[in-house]
Design a protein around this ligand. Structure first.
Ligand SMILES: *Cc1c(COP(=O)(O)O)cnc(C)c1O
Length: 424
């Protein structure tokens, strides 16, 4: 009879699962071509042809527009920059509230703070972990101007309902699809479902170029504002004849030619990489579905999940074993499971202490802010339940895992279940 690795038995996996690796000869050749040219970035922060960047940046943007069927793709040096630029382009500012998710990478919420807005945290849906439309409605006040929705773990948010709410209240919607490139919702790509969508090309994402981000939109005016914010807007507006100066403080958010060349090659691989993720997740879900106390990722009808992580819900009441203990047992088998994902963002010191810009608590203390926001523990009970009690996630779906690796994952789960009574 086997013995749990936690108690000294031999683990299901003696060696770690393969790492995710997407960089190959194509990317190497593309980078070498840039180096041979010698122009590593062609951007100029003045109103000139080079205001829009060099040939690889342009090629990437046109390819991204064609792939995602959008009018504009604006490349940047990260998705964080993209979120910031999107909030700036939206024209919101001090005194305004932006509804955000508490269950995401911190940048999806701090983008609102960067422009002096107040992030208001709505709760998530307990099945997809994305913002719940009902909770969004409950958070709307006369101050609300925008919503930042996140397609967390790769599952698109409930965008039809959210866009309907936005239309009723005249709100701008930004979709953070950093974790969902290639995922679809009613036959449209995640990231293209809102006024602006933001993708990440950072090393940890489905496709990457080191550091990078892309914002997409079908709105010509928003696209031009994004390009201005990306590239020193304040010194460009006069010669370009820009009259709407709201949030036209510029940055250097520009992508280099090297990153753009890599990203163009990565985009060609996206469909294949995603298809592997979906196939792996479908296999795991079929195999793990029967296990008591485990709820595999739910996929809503008309959705293709992006499976950035394989996120499952765990019910300790059904197994009699705590989530921490269960994860420790599986991790000991060589199959690392993460607990809870990120802490609800409003519990971080920035929000608890309400200190962001300067020492006097701007924007929370801004006299022009007429609202009253709460960051108390308990404001988002579903998020807190997922983080503190139920959610487990593993990097179990990526394209470098072979069938034998996936079978090991399943064997690991089954082994822990066989011994579950020993874990008390
Ligand atoms: C990774 C990530 C970001 C930030 O992406 P960067 O390119 O690293 O700035 C934003 N939002 C979500 C949901 C992410 O996962």
């Amino acid at each position: 009879m086997s013995k749990l690795a936690l108690f000294g038995g031999s683990p299901v996996r003696g060696r770690p699962l393969p790492k995710y690796r997407t960089i190959g000869e194509e990317e190497k050749r593309a980078v070498m071509a840039v180096l041979d040219d010698g122009v590593l970035s062609q951007f100029l922060g003045t109103w000139s042809p080079d205001f829009y960047g060099g040939p690889r940046v342009q090629t990437l943007e046109r390819a991204w527009e064609a792939y995602f069927d959008v009018s504009h793709a604006v490349s940047l040096n990260s998705a964080t920059s993209g979120l910031n630029a999107a909030v700036g382009a939206a024209g919101v500012g001090p005194g305004d509230e932006v509804i955000v998710s508490p269950y995401t990478m911190a940048a999806s919420a701090t983008a609102a703070l960067v422009y002096g807005c107040i992030p208001v945290f709505a709760d998530i849906d307990p099945d997809t972990f994305c913002l719940s439309p009902k909770s969004i409605r409950e958070c709307i006040t006369p101050q609300t101007r925008a919503i930042i929705v996140v397609d967390i773990f790769g599952h698109p948010a409930e965008m039809n309902e959210i866009m309907q709410i936005a239309r009723e209240h005249d709100l701008i919607v930004i979709e953070d699809s950093a974790q969902a490139p290639g995922a679809t919702y009613h036959a449209k790509y995640a990231g293209t479902l809102a006024d602006m969508g933001v993708f990440s090309l950072n090393y940890h994402k489905t496709i990457h170029c080191g550091e990078g981000g892309i914002v997409v939109t079908n709105d010509d005016d928003l696209a031009e504002r994004l390009r201005l914010i990306r590239n020193h807007a304040e010194v460009v507006v006069k010669n370009k004849g820009v009259t709407n100066l709201v949030n036209m403080v510029g940055f250097n958010y520009r992508m280099t030619e090297i990153e753009a060349a890599i990203a163009s090659e990565q985009l060609k691989k996206l469909e294949g990489l995603l298809a592997s993720r979906v196939a792996a997740a479908d296999f795991l879900t079929r195999q793990l579905s029967g296990l008591p106390g485990i709820t595999p990722p739910l996929v809503r009808p008309s959705v293709r999940h992006g499976y950035y992580f394989y996120a499952i819900k765990y019910d300790a009441a059904q197994t009699g074993v705590s989530r921490e203990r269960f994860a420790a047992a599986l991790s000991a088998e060589g199959l690392p499971l993460g607990l809870g994902y990120v802490k609800p963002i409003y519990l971080e010191p920035l929000y608890q202490e309400r200190i962001a810009y300067g020492k006097d608590g701007f924007p929370f203390t801004y006299p022009g802010y007429r609202g009253k926001v709460s960051y108390e523990k308990g404001i988002c009970p579903v998020t807190e339940r997922m983080h503190f009690q139920e959610l487990l996630y593993g990097d179990f779906c990526h394209a470098n895992l072979e069938q034998g690796d996936l079978e090991d994952v399943v064997r690991g789960f089954r082994k822990v279940y066989e011994h579950i009574s020993e874990l008390n």
